[in-house]
Design a protein around this ligand. Structure first.
Ligand SMILES: Cc1cc2nc3c(=O)[nH]c(=O)nc-3n(C[C@H](O)[C@H](O)[C@H](O)COP(=O)(O)OP(=O)(O)OC[C@H]3O[C@@H](n4cnc5c(N)ncnc54)[C@H](O)[C@@H]3O)c2cc1C
Length: 399
């Protein structure tokens, strides 16, 4: 097989899953991650449709099910903390057909544990420059180390440096959805046990959740805003943005903001999508959010990463390592699946953040009514039907 020496930039869900499948097909991947260790943060995420098949083929489905969040109930609360609408966890989370819900960090750790003995990981470093050389790519890292690789995969997320180097500045590819998201651990002041609470204010939503296994709770803040100029690497600036955005909100929000400073797993980013005409250029190819971020609003970012990694590794192997044929087939297999899932982002966000006080009031009344209807499960299943259609919009080959 050709081109077995592959450099992957980014040890996220996409990068690690790709490393796993490349190893299984006989490649030798190296993963370089800018952070000092894997970034285990994040809220709970769903693995649906084709992605369930991928984790099953990795032998991870049982473990994922054993680590399920086991959410029992979801409620919408008002500013005084009163539960105005409550449903069972599956109905509230729109889970059907055996979808698996797990904390993103638990899945990330599981994937890393599965690969760490077979894959070379380099933490605390990143690609500083790339040059095409005969039959390869010469890479210089920020640490000053250099190496020549047959192929380079950019799995380094929404703000991919690999994409910027091979395709151009991110402004050309990012589509802003007009919102920001932050996720971090907070003390479990409310003593939540497998229950999720959602507070909806005008333009600002706040959620909190805790599993039985966690001593902490997770907080998620989601607010509408035009583009903000801030430094991606400056956490204190991002915390200030959140303090300003949520200054007038009630309920548990002030305590969430107080707890934010102590969180080791703070995450903040815009809700944006990546749209590109091509995902490869020469010996460089993009994967996951770097190539086709659908945004957390789609609920499908992790599933896209898992499926994309499986398909990219599989098509490269099927092409006997020929990158031109392999990359072309990866794109051909994935394009419609990506399009279907990206369409979910802009429509879902309208149900997650209400623009005006009137909309908040209306949605509270509606949710309260729906939560009391006997046939609510069927009604909500219709609402999530588009997600399930998109999650299954690909037939996986057996590579
Ligand atoms: C800490 C964290 C929490 C998240 N929480 C949620 C959530 O709760 N819900 C949700 O829907 N989505 C969340 N996401 C996004 C979600 O993980 C992705 O949409 C999806 O899993 C696809 O992952 P990815 O591997 O393509 O990108 P990412 O998950 O963004 O992973 C990219 C990886 O590349 C690394 N990296 C970045 N730049 C460089 C560089 N220059 N060199 C080397 N490495 C680099 C990053 O540190 C990261 O580990 C989160 C992402 C992160 C990083």
């Amino acid at each position: 097989m050709k081109n077995t020496n592959v450099l992957i930039s980014g040890a996220g869900i996409a990068g690690i899953t790709l490393a796993y499948w490349l190893r299984r097909h006989g490649f030798s991947p190296t993963v370089v991650e800018r952070a000092a260790t894997i970034r285990e943060g994040g809220y709970k995420i769903d693995i649906r449709g084709a992605a369930l098949e991928v984790v099953e083929r990795m032998g991870l489905l049982e473990e994922i099910r054993s680590m399920r969040t086991d959410v029992r109930a979801g409620s919408v609360v008002n500013a005084a903390g009163k539960r105005v609408a409550s449903m069972d966890g599956d109905t509230f989370g729109g889970r059907v057909h055996g979808d698996a819900e797990i904390l993103r960090g638990d899945l990330h750790r599981m994937l890393y544990e599965r690969t760490k003995d077979d894959v070379r990981y380099v933490f605390g470093d990143s690609i500083a420059s790339m040059n095409d050389v005969a039959d390869g790519v010469e890479v210089t890292f920020a640490s000053g180390q250099t190496g020549v690789y047959d192929l380079v995969v950019g799995a380094d997320g929404l703000h991919s440096v690999t994409r910027a180097m091979a395709f151009g500045p991110e402004e050309r590819f990012l589509r802003d959805l007009g919102h920001y998201i932050s996720i971090f651990s907070v003390p479990n002041h409310l003593n939540l046990d497998r229950e999720e609470l959602t507070y909806i204010g005008p333009g600002r939503t706040a959620l909190t959740y805790s599993t039985a296994k966690d001593t902490d709770a997770k907080a998620m803040l989601l607010f509408s805003s035009g583009p903000l100029s801030h430094d991606q690497r400056d956490r204190s600036q991002q915390e200030q943005i959140l303090h300003d955005a949520y200054a007038r909100e009630g309920w548990e929000v002030p305590r969430m903001l107080d707890g934010m400073a102590g969180a080791a797993d703070f995450y903040f980013d815009s809700l944006s999508q990546v749209h590109m005409e091509r995902w490869s250029e020469g010996r460089v190819v993009l994967l996951g959010d770097a190539a086709y971020c659908a945004s957390p609003a789609s609920g499908q970012g992790t599933s896209l990463a898992l499926v994309g990694a499986y398909v990219l590794a599989g098509e490269l192997a099927a092409a006997d390592g020929d990158h031109e044929a392999g990359f072309e087939a990866y794109e051909r297999e994935m394009r419609a699946f990506v399009d279907a899932n990206q369409k979910l982002g802009p429509s879902n966000i309208k149900q997650m953040v209400m623009r005006t006080k009137g909309q908040v009031r209306f949605s509270m009344v509606m949710l309260s009514l729906i939560s009391r209807l006997p046939g609510k499960e069927k009604m909500l299943a219709k609402v999530v039907a588009p997600i399930h259609k998109a999650a299954n919009a690909i037939s996986l080959k057996n590579y």
